[in-house]
Design a protein around this ligand. Structure first.
Ligand code: NAD
Length: 361
């Protein structure tokens, strides 16, 4: 059986997409995700800058980027640059945002906005004071399985959500992010943050956060937590579980989401996590009172988290610039509430108690 409506799960492009984009930071994520995404839909990349000039030059050569700048200031002085795509390490982000806001240019920031909540608030305020648009690259909101679920939930397919689960047990290629080895808050801040943000996107803000964090016996020099279980409680009785293990080196890997409601359920897999960063397409299986008992609908999702979802975050920023409004699904202001959930998870784990996100900030 097919769905009785067209499933809307691909990023929507605004009518104007030729804004000049320049990168600050041209590391891994820009090379294997941002550039392929932007090239796929014809976004206009005008230049790049990296602290390591040889990295920026190699990336420009490989991807046909016309200009390599010698400094952030030189990049900002280029009138062709209308959007700055910031992809530096989180502790360097605020200083770059300050410069970009000072030059009154729009910007896409990386997640996490900051590891420090007060600093994240300041980053948002900088864009406000400058009167520029600032969006966050929380692109799981545009991942096909999550976007499709959003549409299905809006169509009433599952009724009122009662049980939400995202469970991931994989062997993560940590060598891709050597800088993560030294951070004290690792799993929730850098990985589960995607799931917590996606759950907020689909189901809104939780009332309580309860989180437990552990390290893997053989994780060596990696300092932070790598196995976490987080429970979100909502006032309407919805409970959400996010359970993640990055050191599954023996069992079959899995990365699943399950959204069960009073009238139906969506069961899916997060393709990217089966073989990061190549991944595979997400899958979803839908059951609903609307379709009759025993009927399972399994639409094909033919887009990938990397690179396709990365189109969504940038397209949303462009739309906001064009319509002079807040980025609809990825404003940094809204992202502060995702960071509240993240910080509540750390406080919960540290203090062995449930924490309200409203305690943060
Ligand atoms: N949205 C996502 O799904 C996602 C995925 C991976 C990484 N990230 C985020 O992207 C950011 C970059 O991660 P990565 O994996 O590409 O790291 P990376 O180490 O591969 O690249 C970072 C690059 O930034 C450069 N850099 C550092 N400070 C700079 C500065 N002040 N000015 C200019 N260049 C600077 C470095 O020289 C390096 O080339 C991190 O904040 C990370 O959390 C997001």
């Amino acid at each position: 059986m097919r769905l009785p409506f067209e499933l809307d799960y691909k990023p929507h492009l605004p009518s104007k997409t030729d804004y000049g984009i320049a990168f600050v930071g041209t590391g891994g994520i820009v090379q294997y995700a941002h550039i392929p995404a932007y090239r796929k839909v014809g976004f206009h990349i005008v230049g790049c800058y990296d602290l390591k000039r040889e990295t920026a030059e190699a990336v420009a050569r490989e991807h046909d980027i016309p200009r390599v700048y010698n400094s952030v200031n030189e990049l900002l002085a280029d009138e062709a640059v209308e959007i700055v795509d910031i992809a530096v390490l989180p502790w360097a982000q605020k200083a770059v945002v300050e410069q970009v806001a000072g030059a009154r240019k729009h910007m896409l920031c990386q997640k996490p906005l900051s590891q420090d909540f007060a600093e994240a608030v300041e980053i948002v305020a900088m864009a406000d004071r400058a009167g520029v648009k600032q969006a966050i690259n929380h692109q799981m909101r545009w991942d096909a399985g999550i976007r499709a679920s959003k549409h299905l939930i809006e169509q009433g397919v599952i009724g009122q959500a009662t049980d939400v689960q995202i469970q991931v047990s994989v062997s993560t290629p940590w060598h891709m992010w050597p800088w993560l080895a030294s951070v004290s808050g690792l799993e929730v801040m850098f990985h589960s943050i995607h799931y917590l943000d996606a759950i907020r996107y689909l189901f809104g803000d939780p009332e309580w956060v309860t989180s437990r964090h552990a390290r893997y016996a053989l994780q060596g020099d990696v300092r932070g937590e790598t196995k976490t279980i987080t429970v979100l409680d909502y006032t309407n009785g919805l409970q959400a579980l996010v359970s993640v293990n990055h050191y599954n080196q023996w069992a079959e890997p899995f990365a699943t989401f399950r959204f069960i409601g009073t009238e139906g359920a969506i069961d899916g897999t997060i393709g990217l996590m089966y073989n990061y960063p190549s991944g595979r397409p997400d899958t979803i299986e839908i059951t609903s009172k609307q379709f009759g008992s025993g009927v399972k609908i399994t639409p094909t999702l033919d887009e990938m988290w990397i690179p396709d979802a990365f189109v969504g975050t940038m397209a949303s920023l462009m739309e906001a610039i064009q319509t002079d409004s807040e980025p609809k699904d990825n404003s940094t202001r809204d992202n502060l509430n995702t960071l509240r959930v993240v910080q509540a998870a750390y406080r919960s784990a540290a203090e062995n108690r449930s924490v309200r996100p409203s305690e943060i900030g």
